[in-house]
Design a binder for this molecule. Structure first.
Ligand code: ZN
Length: 360
């Protein structure tokens, strides 16, 4: 049921990536799929999901492939749509901080690395933490209506609040911005029956709209699509639908009246699995910096810290306890910040001149 990437322009490029870069990407993949989960949540899953994604795609690294697809597809001045936002009232009224923080990191790389124009598309109740995160990352939100190519910043547009209106709106967004690429990060998506679930099978979020028509437009218009997630219910995981149903306890059995599990059928061209979705974004950023040869590009840990703090101030909650505790997916925020330091150093080392030192 899943189309391969063979028909997409990104398909021909894998032969042109050198061995060193693939190994770099594999190291990045490993780093961002290290699992840290309390016993109350599904565990022992990330490695298996990652293995399934690699087996399905045939790529040596999912994160490097995502970065390469962006590098190939996006020209200066092009728009890159970034879709995020998960969680609703009463416990997560403006959404969780896994998603907006990574979206801001990606937007920063899109702007500073590709000289392109990030366009956030989200539900209205998720906008505040996304704006706050983006601005903390140094990516200002410009007034809608400004000529995109002159913006030197991002745009944010909010979706309709009724499912029936989303397809027309998505089409309008593509007419307006003609994005070269679309990235979904931690964006919940429907199963075979059209029902959207949380990672543990909960359904019945309200408000929520299905933003899959954005992916449908991307496919129809030939924009490359990337999905980043950490469970299998997020946009993109349709590429490994059967694996999610098998691996995740709620994959095939949700416990809600739909009785069809949380595994989504939505397939992006490239799927990035990470232990925390934001880490998948950091990983793509690092791979892009490596491929572009830009040692100056990786997000400094100080910026990563600022973005996480701003996301909380903007109303984003951590999603395990649904609070403003200094966590991302139950993991101390400092861990995410430290990860950006490691990735930054991996990029720096990967771009050093050839020199084995005097003793090697
Ligand atoms: Zn269900």
């Amino acid at each position: 049921m899943v189309e391969t990437l063979a028909s997409h322009p990104a398909a021909a490029i894998t032969d042109e990536i050198d061995d060193y870069s693939w190994v770099f990407g594999q190291s990045v993949d490993r780093l961002v799929t290290v699992e840290m989960r309390p016993t109350g949540l599904p565990y022992g899953k990330i490695d298996r999901l990652q293995a399934a994604a690699l087996a399905e795609s045939g790529y040596r690294s999912q994160t490097l492939m995502a970065a390469e697809a962006l590098r190939r597809s996006v020209n200066p001045g092009d728009a890159v749509v970034i879709v995020t936002g998960a969680g609703t009232q009463p416990f997560i009224p403006k959404g969780e901080n896994d998603g907006p923080v990574g979206a801001a990191a990606l937007a920063r790389t899109v702007l500073q690395g590709l000289d392109a124009v990030p366009v956030y598309l989200c539900e209205p109740h998720h906008a505040d933490p996304i704006v706050a995160s983006s601005e903390a990352a140094g990516v200002p939100i410009r007034p809608n209506g400004l000529e995109p190519r002159t913006a030197r910043g991002a745009f944010l547009e909010t979706s309709p609040t009724v499912d029936d209106d989303v397809a027309d709106w998505a089409s309008q967004m593509f007419d307006k911005y003609s994005p070269a690429a679309v990235i979904f990060i931690e964006r919940l998506a429907p199963n075979r029956k059209g029902v959207i679930h949380g990672s543990t099978g909960f359904a019945g979020w309200s408000p929520i709209v299905d933003l899959t028509p954005i992916l449908d437009e991307a496919t129809r218009r030939g924009a490359v699509s990337i999905g980043i997630g950490d469970a299998g219910n997020e946009t993109g995981f349709g590429r490994i639908f059967d694996a999610v149903r098998e691996i995740q306890e709620s994959g095939a059995v949700c416990g809600c009246p739909c009785d069809d599990g949380m595994a989504t059928i939505t397939s992006t061209d490239i799927l990035v699995v990470a232990s925390v979705s934001n880490w998948g974004a950091y990983a793509i950023d690092a791979c892009l910096a490596h491929l572009l040869g830009r040692v100056d590009l990786p997000q400094p840990p100080e910026t990563a810290a600022r973005v996480i703090a701003a996301c909380f101030e903007g109303g984003g909650y951590e999603a395990v306890f649904c609070t403003q505790r200094d966590l991302v997916d139950g993991i101390d925020s400092q861990t995410s910040i430290s990860l950006t330091q490691i990735l930054k150093e991996m990029v720096r080392i990967s771009l050093l001149p050839t020199d084995s030192g005097p003793a090697h």
